[in-house]
Design a binder for this molecule. Structure first.
Ligand SMILES: C[S@@+](CC[C@H](N)C(=O)[O-])C[C@H]1O[C@@H](n2cnc3c(N)ncnc32)[C@H](O)[C@@H]1O
Length: 289
């Protein structure tokens, strides 16, 4: 149990523990402590800012103390709070799904730029996880039909919940390996943020990655197994003129572009994420003659 009497002392004490345990800067550590308390007390952040004395509750609120201990043990804040914002929408997340990443918003940007609002397009997402990509696209392109697959039925239960949460009734989830759930269909656009980390990458032992499903992260010795099979199989599931868009690791752009070219894609490109790292590559099949 914490003992400091004043609100300021509580924050300094807890923020310092978070900073020490997680290697955070003092601003980030304080912001995390504040977020945990706001969520534990179930109050808007503005109320805490207007009434800083509420921070005194931290030392005796069991939910806050549970959140704090879990965060100090390294558990990702998105799993503790059960939520993460992506593309301006709140998504439910559980340890069954990858935590949506800001860099994946680029994949959605590039897809939306290729899906005219007024037309009825068919889009496939392979490996939907929390459903954040599929639901964001379905939400912003209500005339588009989105099929989203995942090999994990536990992930699909979360994705289904997120579709309901955002009233996205133009997205359909199917369980299965790769393209197996869509064997006889063709799409105008296919996109995927597949697992792309090498199975012995030391980053897997650090930070949030330690808590996320391996199935969502790793793909063979070089991290490229899912990328290779998706690129090889996509042409049979695309309409003439259809697009394939793939998120990948920052060092995988060149290999992904070479695979796209060898599988018949044209106009092959790689776009950097907000940090300037090569992040999404894509290409287009030849349009019908
Ligand atoms: C990197 S996560 C991406 C999740 C989500 N689309 C996102 O961007 O946050 C990859 C997802 O692919 C799924 N997956 C892994 N192998 C798969 C396979 N062979 N077939 C279908 N989905 C697979 C995982 O379960 C995981 O949900």
């Amino acid at each position: 149990m914490q003992s400091p009497a004043s609100a300021g002392a509580v924050w300094m004490h807890d923020a310092k523990r978070l900073a020490d345990a997680l290697g955070l800067g003092s601003r980030d550590a304080r912001a995390e402590a504040e977020l945990l308390l706001v969520r534990a007390l179930d109050i808007p952040k503005a109320r805490l800012l207007a009434h800083p004395e509420l921070a005194e509750e931290a030392s005796r609120n069991p939910r806050y103390l549970d959140y704090l201990e879990r965060r100090l043990a390294g558990e990702p804040i998105a799993y503790i709070l059960g939520e993460r914002e992506f593309y301006g929408l709140d998504f439910r997340v559980t340890p069954d799904v990858l935590i949506p990443r800001p860099e994946t918003e680029l994949l959605v940007d590039l897809a939306l730029a290729r899906i005219p609002e007024a037309e009825r397009r068919r889009v496939l997402e392979v490996g939907t996880g929390s459903g954040c990509v599929a639901v964001a696209i379905a939400h912003l392109r209500p005339r588009t039909r989105v099929i989203a697959t995942d090999v994990s039925s536990a992930a699909l239960a979360v994705a289904q919940d997120n579709a309901r949460r955002h009233a996205a009734d133009n997205v359909e989830f199917r369980c299965g390996d790769g393209f197996a759930p869509v064997r006889a269909e063709r799409f105008d656009l296919i996109l995927s943020n597949p697992p792309y980390v090498a199975q012995d990458d030391p980053h897997l032992l650090q930070g949030d990655l330690r808590f996320e499903p391996k199935l969502a992260l790793t793909s063979g010795a070089d991290g490229m197994v899912a990328l290779r099979s998706t690129i090889a199989e996509a042409p049979d599931r695309l309409q003439a003129g259809g697009w394939l868009l793939l998120e990948h690791g920052h060092a995988q752009g060149e290999a992904v572009r070479a695979l796209l070219v060898s599988c018949g894609f044209r106009g092959v490109f790689t776009e950097p994420d907000l940090a300037g790292q090569p992040r999404v590559s894509g290409g287009r099949l030849a349009p019908a003659a």
